[in-house]
Design a protein around this ligand. Structure first.
Ligand code: ARG
Length: 589
């Protein structure tokens, strides 16, 4: 469906053209004085300069052309030349019926669908997940769903950190602990065991132990570096251990991401970029972009108009090792070959900002991607604890996703039990859904670039701008609809939505009418928080309407059916919004 602002602007354009003024002045926006009007057009001010007339006179002429308009209930000119608009109630109801009759509630599919890679999650194999990985998963999943809803071909890649020093650390620590394994017997020529020589539990313990050891023991640290290099050069026994590490970790990661309802189309990692690294180096050198600097190979990326001086991108260290940037450049070559994305979106914390500026610029300079390729880095802030420092779990340790999820589910459980409307068993089940919503909404409702405070009490509250509040609103609508279903004297005709009968009802309709505009702009701006803001305002508008309106006892059955139609639409739009946030609503709570 056309967006309501576009429809109103089109009406305005006709009036400007009919008065002999250019249509470009006819742009309508939401009113910034909702007490006076719903929409406004400020074009007469700009037109006044071009036509050398008083803005008030231009506005008055335009307004006189709108006398018979079916779009507006009132059109007023205010000094010096603002045009204040109120939408016609019948016209708004017609728009609602259009939305209600459409299974996408008025949201069109993209006319030119793009293939979009979203690189998110980014866990490092065998290293503990940290809050940054949690944020990346939650934000990336939401972007992917937002894009998919609009009809884009969204491909999520978890892009594991699976090729770094942690591998050598684990190998050497394993050697110290279990020297008799065949991987450490150089004369061994048989098949290596299918079974991994460790469980995920051991692995989680091995890495921190090895990491600590390498800080205290230089020779161990050297061994780990050498083992990493050997692995990267394809040494068979270490490849075999590496495969075990990947296998065991990926199974665990799939479970962790799965419990967040986060899934990936691709389970690729830094190791997949390996075969492309020689090409990266070769092309950058041949094109004269890479040069030696203090033994390292670097590419300049500074460009005119930069607000600060940007350091060159290092693509090979003096010891010959490739770096994070080299790996990302290799991955771009691979993706161009296999996927040819129209848009690359990377979701990581903002400490990686410079890294992505460097990678994007080098990729474009080298022609790995076209110069006008859309490449975005969604750089997010830190999730802090109440002490203002990066979030830690209760025992002060690193984040364990299971612990976080079970803590927040427990808090949600206590809230649900306060309501006493469901049994204990049901509350247990429901608290998982509600806890997840609390966690994700608590994150997504903040502008991603900002740091935010993880505040469990606030996140699980049923009031305010929280996930549970939104779910509670949906549950409330479901319960009214169920009650309506049991009435015997329902209206026999269609549930046609009638013009609003109160300010609260009109306001609800106005909120609903913004849906298609919001889903589109929030995605293009990579801004899930705009969906949250919208869904919160919509829930507020619904609740105001609900408190003022006795729906189930209404005697005018046609009016009642209209409200039910409006409720169904509100429920569908609310569900659509939380769906793209990666949240679902329970039946009761
Ligand atoms: N593994 C990285 C980290 O933990 C994130 C990877 C992000 N993706 C990428 N293509 N660089 O910080």
């Amino acid at each position: 469906m056309k967006k309501i602002l576009d429809l109103i602007t089109a009406e305005m354009k006709t009036a400007f053209a009919d008065s002999g003024y250019d249509e470009i002045y006819a742009k309508v926006t939401l009113s910034n004085r909702p007490d006076l009007c719903e929409y406004q057009c400020n074009g007469a001010m700009a037109a006044a300069k071009a036509y050398k007339k008083k803005p008030f006179d231009i506005a008055s002429e335009v307004v006189s052309k709108l006398a018979g308009s079916h779009v507006f209930a009132s059109v007023d000119v205010v000094m010096p030349g603002f045009i204040n608009l109120k939408i016609d109630a019948g016209y708004l109801a017609e728009y609602m019926n259009g939305m209600a009759g459409d299974d996408r509630c008025g949201c069109d599919m993209a006319k030119e669908p793009m293939t979009i890679v979203v690189d998110y999650g980014g866990a490092n194999v065998a290293k503990p997940l940290h809050v940054g990985h949690l944020r990346s998963a939650v934000i990336g999943e939401s972007l992917k769903r937002m894009g998919r809803f609009l009809g884009h071909n969204m491909i999520g890649d978890v892009h594991l950190g699976d090729w770094g020093l942690q591998m050598g650390l684990i190998i050497e620590e394993l050697k110290d602990r279990k020297p008799d394994l065949p991987y450490f017997d150089e004369s061994f020529e048989g098949e290596y065991p299918k079974e991994a020589p460790f469980t995920i539990g051991e692995l989680e313990e091995i890495y921190p132990a090895a990491s600590l050891k390498s800080k205290e023991d230089e020779s161990f640290s050297k061994r780990a570096h050498d083992a990493t290099l050997k692995l990267q050069n394809g040494y068979r026994p270490y490849r075999a251990i590496w495969e075990h590490i990947i296998h065991v970790s990926v199974a665990d990661l799939k479970m962790n991401y799965g419990s967040l309802n986060v899934t990936f189309e691709l389970w690729k990692g830094e190791s997949d970029a390996e075969p492309y690294i020689p090409k990266v180096i070769k092309e950058l050198t041949e094109k004269g972009l890479a040069y030696e600097s203090q033994g390292a190979l670097v590419v300049d990326i500074a460009s005119e108009g930069d607000s600060k001086e940007l350091p060159p991108c290092i693509i090979r260290k003096s010891d010959g090792a490739a770096l994070y940037s080299t790996s990302d450049l290799g991955t771009i070559i691979e993706r161009e070959k296999d996927i040819r994305p129209d848009w690359y979106i990377y979701v990581t914390d903002k400490r990686q900002e410079l890294h992505f500026v460097q990678v994007f610029r080098v990729a474009k300079k080298a022609g790995f991607v076209s110069a006008d390729k859309k490449m975005s880095h969604l750089a997010f802030g830190t999730m802090n604890g109440k002490d203002g420092k990066p979030f830690k779990t209760r025992d002060g340790g690193v984040l364990r996703l299971e612990t976080l999820i079970s803590d927040i589910s427990q808090a949600a459980y206590e809230k649900i039990m306060e309501n006493r409307s469901v049994s204990e068993d049901e509350a247990r089940e429901t608290s998982k859904i509600v806890g997840m919503a609390a966690l994700k909404y608590g994150d997504l409702s903040n502008q991603a670039a900002k740091d935010y405070i993880f505040d469990m009490d606030r996140f699980v509250s049923f009031e305010g701008n929280t996930g549970p509040y939104i779910l509670y609103t949906i549950v409330r609508i479901k319960s009214i609809l169920a009650k309506y279903q049991t009435l015997e004297d329902k209206y026999q005709g269609a549930e046609t939505i009638l013009p609003p009968s109160s300010d609260a009802e009109k306001d609800l309709m106005l909120q609903l009418s913004k849906y298609n505009e919001v889903t589109e702009s929030a995605f293009l701006e990579l801004a899930p928080h705009k969906i949250c803001q919208y869904v919160y305002e919509l829930a507020n508008a619904f609740n105001r309407f609900y408190h003022e309106t006795k729906i189930i006892s209404e005697e005018n059955k046609e009016q009642q059916a209209s409200w039910i139609g409006l409720l169904r639409l509100a429920k569908d739009v609310l569900n659509g919004c939380i769906g793209v946030l990666g949240i679902e609503a329970p039946e009761r709570m």
